[in-house]
Design a protein around this ligand. Structure first.
Ligand SMILES: [Zn+2]
Length: 415
């Protein structure tokens, strides 16, 4: 691994810190992986003589993308058919045994695609965290949410104890910017008692929690009425549905929602009352609109959530429900879907994602003290809305370089 000099100035014809106005001929000084100064190149260069400058002509530097919900363990090209969520998820589960033969390769390829399209922080959800080893080799910063399934145990306590043993083992010897947290897979795969117990213990430890929530019409039907086609996804009868309330209110009733929670999708049947539950509990949302479209799920009411102050980030989901791990493409899709402006779009892809995960003190914008996580985009915006132009260029294969903790982990800049 190449050793980077402890201090480097990165500069470009335009720098979009996201948390501050655009800087023409902008620059920032990176000191041991973190941003030490942000300003114009002439200021930063003048105050730091002798420090190596990497200047990107005809490029714009933006914060790296933060992917708040992904599954790295699926490969490109052989996704189950879309259109129906229940049919799709059943086929996915039936093919899990074959996944073992290509899992590591799929994670490596997914991680590479994420890096080469400007992502610097990723969250993976995988059964019992089985993507951790391959993700840890990728140089991405991120969180692996180890998915908890309670099958095969007599009591909730035994299931949670066993899961936590795996969780604590995964946490040993982690790299500094890779974490392992808890995922309660979904309302139709984890019973209420096990959900409540695993969530309560996670919350007491100060852990984060991820969950799939209110994703599909079938899930809404399962939680409300006990039917819908998701009653036996894993061949185990799920007899706890039919509680007569929405998935979001159900999740609140089993204590799954608090500020450390990131709920993925919220695509189907999300009412104003549900949004108020999110406001009240402080839970955040991962928006995955391309996956929702592929699986016949609805459109998440993200504009209303943002208006009410709910933290929302973007997620690509995995390659079996999404065409790519390119978070900027996912975000451009959302911008067009909801009619957002470019500034909101760029924030959704970066700072809002960091805020949704509670890591905004570490990444998500180009600010002093944060890790130098950024993407270099071949883009020279001319319009009044540079953020929109850069987002479009980043989405359309314009990412020329990506840096994580100040190290260029991908560098295809044409000089
Ligand atoms: Zn997912």
């Amino acid at each position: 691994m190449p050793v980077s000099p402890p201090r480097t100035i990165f500069a470009a014809s335009l720098v979009l810190p996201v948390s501050a106005p655009p800087i023409t001929d902008g620059a920032f000084l990176v000191d041991r992986g973190r941003i030490a100064v942000v300003g114009t190149l002439s200021e930063v260069g003048r105050d730091n003589p002798g420090v190596e400058v990497r200047y990107f002509h005809r490029h714009t530097i933006i914060p790296g993308a933060v992917n708040t919900h992904a599954h790295l363990g699926f490969r490109q090209g052989d996704a189950p058919e879309g259109g129906s969520f229940s049919r799709w998820v059943k086929e996915l589960v039936s093919r899990l045994p074959e996944r073992d033969t290509w899992l590591a390769e799929a994670v490596r390829n997914s991680a590479r695609e994420a890096i080469e399209t400007g992502t610097t922080f990723i969250t993976d959800s995988s059964p019992y965290g089985d993507c951790l080893p391959a993700l840890a080799e990728s140089r991405l910063a991120g969180i692996v949410f180890a998915e908890f399934f309670p099958f095969g145990f007599d009591t909730a306590e035994e299931a949670v104890d066993s899961f936590e043993e795996t969780l604590f083992t995964l946490r040993k010897g982690l790299l500094s910017r890779v974490g392992v947290e808890v995922s309660v897979h979904a309302p139709y795969t984890v019973d209420p008692e096990s959900s409540r117990l695993v969530a309560r213990r996670a919350r007491e430890r100060g852990d984060r929690l991820s969950t799939h929530l209110s994703e599909s019409p079938e899930e809404v039907e399962f939680v409300r009425g006990g039917s819908g086609g998701l009653e036996s996804v894993f061949g185990v009868r799920s007899n706890w549905g039919g509680v007569g309330i929405s998935p979001v209110r159900y999740a609140e009733s089993v204590d799954l929602l608090w500020p450390g929670t990131i709920a993925a999708h919220l695509a189907t049947g999300v009412s104003k009352e549900d949004i108020e539950v999110l406001v009240r509990t402080g839970a955040a949302v991962a928006h995955c609109p391309r996956s929702n479209q592929y699986l016949g799920c609805g459109i998440s009411p993200v504009p209303e959530m943002l208006k009410r102050g709910v933290r929302v980030g973007m997620g690509t989901d995995g390659l079996w429900s999404s065409p790519s791990l390119n978070l900027f493409q996912e975000t451009l899709f959302a911008v067009r879907l909801h009619g957002f402006d470019g500034e909101t779009g760029l924030k959704l892809a970066t700072l809002f994602g960091a805020q949704a995960l509670g890591i905004e003190g570490e990444t998500g914008s180009l600010e002093v003290g944060k890790w130098a996580d950024f993407a270099v985009v071949e883009s020279s915006p001319r319009s009044e809305e540079p953020e929109r132009e850069v987002l479009e260029d980043a989405a359309n294969d314009g990412v020329a370089a990506t840096a994580i903790s100040g190290k260029l982990v991908y560098d295809h800049v044409r000089t």
